[in-house]
Design a protein around this ligand. Structure first.
Ligand SMILES: NC(=O)c1ccc[n+]([C@@H]2O[C@H](COP(=O)([O-])OP(=O)(O)OC[C@H]3O[C@@H](n4cnc5c(N)ncnc54)[C@H](OP(=O)(O)O)[C@@H]3O)[C@@H](O)[C@H]2O)c1
Length: 243
């Protein structure tokens, strides 16, 4: 088994996920680049390797059971275990998303990727994570999933636009993550949520104000928590995000 820390980042071919992979790679870790498109995955791995990262390809569509199973098998063959899983892959879904006019299919599609995709990949990787001395799971959420920030006087620019598929998908993910943290309490597996801030990526037509590298920082921090670190919590750079 490799002595290097082994990580998998989903949706790592571009945007925040790519920079999370670069950040973990800069620590000397071996990083699996989870991505669904062959060419985009290959290109990302090549760029990361050119930057000195020990990156390897992990074909992965988070909406596909067989793909998640095959990804786990590949990591088992390659590394024998997994130390850190960053569930970063996500979609916004077709916009606009006013609740009174939404096509229910949009909600299903977004939840399939942003919530069920996380559960699917996490559970496929769980046997490999359990072999690690210090397993960490980081789920990429968003402050738009905070009910506190969506409601009442707290609703401000961090609440984002009205989006009945995307924002509640992150609220759902937050709730799901708490269930994992509760089940896994008492084990050495720490599972936390990260909000990257408003980052310029494809997801928002590059309207965000932060760089992908800035957005990646909180996930890198949660991926490198010490053994006595928090679990079942929701963080952004400035500290904890209210539920
Ligand atoms: N940008 C922001 O301001 C912001 C704010 C809060 C939270 N976030 C969250 O941060 C995460 C990364 O988003 P981003 O802004 O970096 O967006 P992005 O540039 O659009 O990247 C999203 C990544 O997810 C991948 N992906 C989507 N569906 C997938 C699937 N079914 N299987 C595997 N990979 C899939 C994409 O792959 P393809 O290239 O193949 O599409 C891409 O690599 C998301 O969870 C997002 O919700 C972003």
């Amino acid at each position: 088994m490799s002595e290097r820390t082994i990580a998998l980042v989903t949706g790592a071919n571009k945007g925040i996920g790519y920079e999370i992979a670069a950040g973990l790679g800069a620590l000397g870790w071996s990083v699996g680049i989870g991505a669904r498109d062959d060419q985009r995955r290959k290109d990302a791995v090549e760029r990361l390797r050119a930057a000195g990262v020990d990156a390897f390809e992990v074909p992965l569509d988070v909406t596909d059971d067989a793909s998640a199973t095959a990804a786990a098998r590949l990591i088992e063959d390659q590394a024998g275990r997994l130390d850190v899983l960053v569930n970063n892959a996500g979609i916004a879904g077709a916009m606009p998303q006013e609740p009174t006019r939404i096509d229910p299919a949009t909600i299903r599609t977004v939840v399939e990727t942003n919530v069920i995709g996380v559960i699917r990949v996490t559970n496929a990787m769980m046997p490999l994570l359990r072999r690690s001395a210090s397993p960490r799971i980081v789920n990429m959420s968003s402050a738009v999933g905070s009910l506190t920030r969506q409601s009442g006087r707290a609703a401000d620019e961090t609440a984002g636009p009205v989006a009945v598929a995307y924002a509640p998908s992150k609220t759902f993910l937050n709730a799901v993550t708490l269930q994992y943290a509760r089940e896994l309490r008492g084990t050495n597996i720490l599972v936390n949520l990260a909000c990257p801030g408003y980052v310029a990526t494809d997801l928002n037509g590059f309207h965000g104000v932060r760089t992908p590298e800035q957005g990646a920082a909180i996930a890198v921090k949660l991926a490198t928590l010490p053994d006595d670190g928090p679990t079942g919590r929701f963080f952004e750079d400035a500290g904890e995000v209210p539920w």
